[in-house]
Design a protein. Structure first.
Length: 231
C-alpha cells in the first residue's frame, strides 16, 4: 500500500551517518574557515536581510547532496539568496568546494535538518523550494519517513509565497508515485505540467545533480515535478 499515517511536522530525524571518510587537509580547512562565514545562525528568525543584507528573493534547497544544483542555481541567479540544508558533512564539504571554485556569495548553509529552517522563516517568505532525489524509503512501513508527507508539506506551504514554486525530482518509481499521490491530495498547490514531457524531461533552468547523472548512467528514468503555491 502507498498510503500511510500523516507525518507530524514536529518529528525531527537525521538518518545515517553525519559524516563519512576522514576529511582531507583542504576539505578540513574549508570546514574550519569558510563554513562559519556561510552558516545560518543557530537561533532567531531567518530573513534575507539577516543572511544577505538586503530584501532579495529567498530560495531553499532541502538536502542538497554535494551542492551541484544549488551552486548552479546560485551562479545563474546572483540576485537570489539560497539556503541549503544538508545534515551530512560530506555533502556540506562538496558544497563548500563549489562555493569556493565558483566564487559564490549568495549561498548560506545549514548543516542540519531542513525542517529547522522551515520552522524559522516567516510565512510566505520563500520564493522557491527544491527537494531533489530525497531518500525514497521504498519499503511501505517506512513511508512515514519520506519528506513528502503532510506534516513537512504543510511547513513548505506555510513558507512559500503565493505563486512560489516547489520542485521535486526523483528517479525512484515508488517515490514518484508517492509524491504524485501526496501532492494530488493538496488544495494549496497546482501541478504545472501540461504534457508528459513537462515532467519527463529536465527543464533548462534545473541544473543536473550527480545523483541524477548516476541514475541516467544506470538507465533509470528521472521525473521532474513543479508545483505552484496557490493563494
Amino acid at each position: 500500500m502507498l498510503d500511510a499515517p500523516p507525518d507530524p511536522a514536529s518529528i525531527r530525524r537525521l538518518y545515517g551517518r553525519r559524516s563519512g571518510h576522514k576529511l582531507r587537509i583542504g576539505q578540513a580547512a574549508l570546514v574550519e574557515n569558510l563554513l562559519p562565514t556561510l552558516t545560518v545562525p543557530a537561533k532567531g528568525d531567518i530573513t534575507p536581510e539577516g543572511l544577505f543584507g538586503d530584501a532579495r528573493p529567498l530560495w531553499l534547497e532541502i538536502g542538497f547532496g554535494r551542492g551541484e544544483h544549488m551552486a548552479g542555481q546560485a551562479e545563474a541567479h546572483p540576485h537570489v539568496g539560497i539556503i541549503g540544508a544538508e545534515p551530512f558533512l560530506d555533502g556540506v564539504v562538496g558544497a563548500l568546494m563549489e562555493v569556493e571554485a565558483r566564487g559564490l556569495t549568495n549561498i548560506r548553509i545549514h548543516n542540519g535538518d531542513a525542517l529547522d529552517i522551515l520552522d524559522r522563516v516567516a510565512p510566505a517568505s520563500l520564493d522557491r523550494v527544491f527537494l531533489l532525489h530525497p531518500d525514497p524509503w521504498p519499503k511501505a512501513r517506512h513511508a512515514k519517513r519520506r519528506f513528502v508527507n503532510p506534516g513537512p508539506l504543510d511547513l513548505v506551504a506555510r513558507a512559500l509565497k503565493p505563486g512560489g514554486e516547489l520542485r521535486i525530482g526523483t528517479d525512484h518509481p515508488v517515490y514518484c508515485r508517492w509524491a504524485l499521490m501526496q501532492m494530488n491530495k493538496r488544495t494549496d498547490f497546482e501541478w504545472l505540467a501540461q504534457t508528459p514531457a513537462d515532467w519527463q524531461h529536465r527543464p533548462a533552468d534545473w541544473p543536473q545533480t550527480r545523483y541524477e547523472a548516476k541514475a541516467r548512467r544506470l538507465g533509470h528514468e528521472v521525473w521532474y515535478f513543479r508545483y505552484r503555491r496557490l493563494p
